[in-house]
Design a protein around this ligand. Structure first.
Ligand code: FAD
Ligand code: DHB
Length: 395
């Protein structure tokens, strides 16, 4: 016999979406449990996003987990781009009337959320096996095994925060969901090192050998990426090969300033655009990567996950506190309106900055013209800046 538990909201997945939703609901007095298939250490070991929009910072503040972020996060009031050996600056603060972004790693956001959850005694079940969801059109149930024993959670709602490969989206009948997808014919090889960043700004580089990105986690820890082919595997790149390739792709001043060192982590990420519509199926809601993926070039993945969670947490609070279903009824449309804008921006940044295999000379010249236009037009730079720092919420 399975052990049966009852909660108001069962959250599947303890990535940033699930943990942030859990924290916001917990603070609003809404009883929730998170069911995660991996261990806490495994979740913390995944090196991913690094740039937070102000709206994400605001939400982390609302969740009561922004203290370390404010102490250690780096405020960036612009970014740089290199093209044709020259470096150009896009000043967010000037172009957007004062907006900035904060560089603070996804690992740290996750750690802060995990610690808050643990200290407040909210339940997270790690290493749950064979997670499955049932009856989400009527009386939802989550089943899983833990240490060999069967468990069952009966709940009012299920939040599918289990990423692109998760079980929640896959449990929706095919006829009820429509998906849109583009897979890019290249990947990113990322390297993390205990070295000072090459510049106080992030540098996005368009180079004939392929895209490169100089990013950071702190003033002593750097994160770099180089565009690579899809069949590349991180183990076949020595640190020296990575540094040599990066140095070839950045502008001469950055190549000169680059401080190299042993890698702490190296991994390859695929680039994909993906949207599933709708994001609500009866009493099941999808949020974050479970519902959509953006290529990382616009630094939107984590921010978009936070924006879904903002809509969903407010909707559930409205449901329990005000007995109103308006928020949950509007959740999918509100979230998707924002998602498609981030999809457009991420696709555009990706097309602008990468070497697209077999695109042909016409496409190469169009890309060059687009970059020339960007660097000569305040309007084009303003559009980039507004999207990068995050569009305002329309609610
Ligand atoms: P996830 O972080 O994927 O979390 C989902 C959680 O659900 C995981 O912990 C997973 O173990 C769990 N789970 C999965 N299946 C199940 C199941 N069946 N049962 C229970 N639990 C389950 N964004 C950027 O902005 N910049 C970047 O540089 C960047 N790099 C990335 C690199 C990689 C390799 C990937 C995959 C993503 C990257 N992203 C990046 C995107 C960003 O990290 C994601 O948008 C963000 O992690 C989304 O958070 P999430 O909580 O929705 O999903
Ligand atoms: C990082 C990742 C991104 O995709 C991006 O656009 C900027 C920064 C990072 O990992 O630091």
């Amino acid at each position: 016999m399975a052990e049966i538990k009852r909660v108001q909201v069962a959250i599947i997945g303890a990535g940033p979406s699930g943990l942030l939703l859990g924290q916001l609901l917990h603070r609003a007095g809404i009883d929730n449990v998170i069911v995660e298939q991996r261990s806490g250490e495994y979740v913390l070991g995944r090196i991913r996003a690094g740039v937070l929009e102000q709206t994400t910072v605001d939400l982390l503040e609302e969740a009561g987990v922004a203290q370390r972020l404010h102490e250690e996060g780096l405020i960036h009031d612009g970014t740089q781009m290199s093209f044709g050996g020259r470096r150009y600056e896009i000043n967010f603060r000037k172009l957007t009337g004062g907006k900035t972004v904060t560089v603070y790693g996804q690992t740290e956001v996750t750690r802060d959320l995990m610690e808050a959850r643990q200290s407040e005694g909210a339940a997270t079940i790690y290493e749950a096996a064979d997670v499955s969801i049932h009856h989400f059109d009527s009386r939802p149930v989550v089943r899983f095994r833990k240490d060999g024993a069967k468990h069952e959670i009966a709940c009012d709602f299920i939040a599918g925060c289990d990423g692109y490969h998760g079980v929640t989206r896959a449990s929706v009948p095919a006829a009820a969901i429509k998906t849109f997808e583009r897979v890019y014919p290249f990947g990113w090889l990322g390297l993390l090192s205990e070295t000072p960043p090459v510049s106080e700004h992030l540098i996005y580089c368009n180079h004939p050998r392929g895209f490169a990105l100089c990013s950071m986690r702190s003033m002593t820890r750097s994160r770099y990426y180089v565009q690579c082919s899809l069949d590349e595997n991180a183990e076949s790149w020595t640190d020296q090969m990575f540094w040599d390739e990066l140095r070839r792709r950045v502008d001469p001043a950055a190549a000169e300033a680059l401080v190299t060192g042993p890698s702490i982590e190296k991994s390859v990420a695929q680039l994909r655009s993906f949207v599933a519509e709708p994001m609500r199926f009866g009493k099941l809601f999808l949020a974050g990567d479970a519902a959509h993926i953006v290529p990382p070039t616009g630094a939107k993945g984590l921010n978009l996950a936070a924006s879904d969670v903002r809509f969903l947490a407010r909707a559930l609070v409205e449901f329990y506190r005000d007995r109103s279903e308006a928020g949950i009824d509007h959740y999918s449309a509100r979230a998707l309106a924002r998602i498609w804008k981030a999809e457009r921006f991420s696709w555009w940044m990706t097309s602008l900055l990468h070497r697209i295999p077999d695109a042909g000379e016409f496409a190469d010249r169009i890309q060059r013209a687009e970059l020339d236009y960007l660097f000569s037009s305040v309007a084009a730079q303003t559009s980039l800046a507004e999207n990068y720092v995050g569009l305002p919420f329309q609610d």
